[in-house]
Design a protein. Structure first.
Length: 244
């Protein structure tokens, strides 16, 4: 899978894409001010931000990656089918806690080809922090560094990784995720109004929809978000940053 030079954090970077499916799945952002500021707190060599909270794009079940890893490393890693035999990646897919490469390799040695590739490109001490919504690990951030991270550094990475993931993936979420889930502008408008405590009647007055239409929109959004009621749908929409 080729790595695109697209940086979704650049202004207007997504203007030429019609939907989420058309956006390159692996994106190399190179130097980035947000990531560089983050490096000042905990120095690291490379960062891999993966997963979106939507079907077929979640970490472990789909593909959405923003990274400053060398593109050649990623392309060879994919071409040699290493994801299927990388013990670190397999451990990350099944973990609810931070995964440290050295701990995984102590139990399962890496394939020689992977070890050679990591040595060649200087990708060492991978440390992965899963990002959860309820029980769903929808995303992850992996950090690499020539020397292992300390326990205090790992604790800090745990605290801030969700914020970093949200900041980096925000352009994709705002532009495409609502459409990918199937939420319409009317459903989002009604959910946003409901999140402010408005009744269906008040939402109808604010939006210009009929009360029956408001109730229908909210009912359909509950289903699309996999919620069981209006309140849970609002929580899910807020959690996924679909409404403010």
């Amino acid at each position: 899978m080729p790595v695109s030079p697209l940086s979704i954090l650049e202004p207007n970077a997504l203007n030429d894409y019609a939907d989420l499916r058309s956006v390159p799945k692996q994106r190399f952002f190179g130097k980035n001010d947000l990531v560089d500021r983050f490096r000042l707190a905990v120095p690291f060599d490379h960062i891999i931000i993966s997963g979106l909270d939507v079907d077929h794009y979640r970490f472990g079940t789909g593909f959405s990656i923003d990274t400053d890893l060398p593109p050649a490393f990623l392309e060879i890693y994919e071409a040699d089918k290493l994801p299927g035999i990388d013990p670190f990646l397999q451990a990350g897919k099944n973990s609810r806690t931070v995964v440290v490469e050295s701990e995984v390799y102590a139990l399962h040695a890496p394939p020689p080809r992977l070890a050679y590739l990591q040595q060649t490109f200087g990708v060492h001490n991978r440390t992965l922090v899963p990002i959860f919504r309820n029980d769903i690990a929808y995303g992850a951030i992996c950090y690499t560094r020539s020397i292992p991270f300390t326990l205090d550094e790992i604790r800090f990475l745990e605290l801030v990784s969700e914020l970093i993931h949200t900041a980096v993936t925000k352009p994709l979420v705002e532009r495409f995720v609502a459409d990918q889930i199937g939420l319409t502008k009317g459903e989002l408008a009604c959910l946003e109004a409901a999140s402010r405590g408005l009744t269906s009647e008040a939402i109808a007055m604010e939006t210009g929809f009929q009360s029956d239409t408001v109730n229908s929109y909210i009912k359909s959004s509950v289903k699309k978000l996999g919620a069981t009621n209006r309140t849970q749908a609002i929580v899910e929409a807020l959690r996924r940053r679909l409404i403010a």
